[in-house]
Design a protein around this ligand. Structure first.
Ligand code: NAD
Length: 308
């Protein structure tokens, strides 16, 4: 398989879609409501179920058995999240090219007897970036945080033509490892890693900064870099979406920087998954409005504080 050419290779549409999510600590996930709400608006018979490994008392290594059970039970597809995205790489029959480069699968589609693995995290981030920061330059990006979300954002920025991407992580091995993978995938673009001393001048020279660490979540308050360093026209993107308005997003917007909150990526990956599963183009703006409503309701009722 090449690109994310799911449309050409998608299995025939079933009358009824049964989809699930496998991962740890996912009972508060908004993904079921997001998928089901949009599918309903599209007139589809679509059910989305959660398989929380912690609740089931199953180890991550059981993901293969859970996938086999789901296929037998007639599921159409399964989203995969932490800590199973790498484990699934060896379990699928076909791995879409970008998922292979990212070494992470967050969607498995059951196509008859075959399992197809996709990565919609990077697609979701890329689509959100393009829609949410119209006219922004992605020429020289800076990124703080090089874990799972950071791999997807780096891949998206380089796919969008960033000539240079400077990576920083509190754990330098994670930045080095991501940089090596991105250089082999994007050999004509410059990907560097930064020491703590190199971070301030890199921020000062960036067209935009992606923040991809857990800082800004309710239990990890704060901002991971000094906003005073940013050039006035630089955009700021956060992957954290609980809360939607992190301290970083609030302060960057107050200073006049174009901002992209983490909700864009969350909605984008759900939208891309739904499209691959059904072969139908969802209404991204409607999903965005739905998501914002769900987050607002969550924030009002004070639930989901620790959710990913
Ligand atoms: P992860 O643990 O895989 O990676 C986080 C990385 O950040 C690690 O490499 C860590 O060393 C680094 N880090 C932590 N604090 C740092 C700091 N102060 N400075 C520099 N580096 C630091 O986690 P992840 O799965 O990538 O998730 C990160 C955040 O992204 C979480 O808040 C998660 O909820 C969010 N997320 C959002 C989406 C979305 O759709 N918007 C998707 C996935 C994850």
């Amino acid at each position: 398989m090449t690109g994310h050419g799911a449309d050409a290779s998608a299995p025939p549409s079933p009358d009824r879609y049964l989809v699930g999510l496998i991962g740890e600590g996912i009972t508060a996930s908004l993904t079921p409501a997001l998928h089901e709400g949009e599918a309903r608006a599209l007139g589809l018979d679509y059910e989305y179920r959660i398989f929380d490994l912690l609740e089931l008392g199953r180890p991550a290594g059981d993901v293969g058995a859970l996938l086999a059970d789901a296929r037998s039970a007639g599921f159409t597809a399964m989203n995969i999240t932490h800590p199973c995205k790498q484990l699934v790489l060896d379990l699928v029959d076909e791995l879409e090219t970008d998922a292979a480069h990212l070494r992470a699968v967050n969607l498995v589609v059951f196509d008859g007897g075959r399992l197809r693995g996709y990565n919609t995290d990077w697609l979701g981030y890329r689509d959100g970036l393009v829609a949410g920061l119209p006219g922004a330059s992605f020429r020289r990006g800076g990124q703080i945080g090089c874990g799972g979300a950071g791999a997807a954002t780096a891949y998206a920025l380089l796919s969008e033509g960033a000539e240079r991407l400077d990576l920083f992580d509190a754990d330098p091995r994670r930045a080095d490892e991501l940089a090596a993978r991105m250089r082999s995938r994007f050999p004509t673009q410059v990907v560097t890693t930064l020491s703590p001393q190199q971070l301030p001048p890199a921020i000062a020279g960036a067209s935009g900064i992606v923040h991809a660490t857990p800082m800004g979540m309710l239990h990890h308050p704060g901002v991971a870099f000094d906003l005073d360093l940013l050039p006035p026209e630089a955009w700021v993107s956060d992957v954290v979406y609980r809360p939607l308005e992190t301290e970083l997003i609030r302060e960057a917007a107050r200073r006049g920087h174009p901002v992209l909150d983490g909700g864009r990526m969350a909605v984008g990956q759900a939208c891309a998954s739904l499209q691959i599963i059904t072969g139908i183009q969802p209404d991204r703006d409607r999903m965005q409005r739905h998501f914002r409503g769900l987050i607002s309701a969550e924030e009002r009722s004070d639930t989901g504080k620790g959710g990913r």
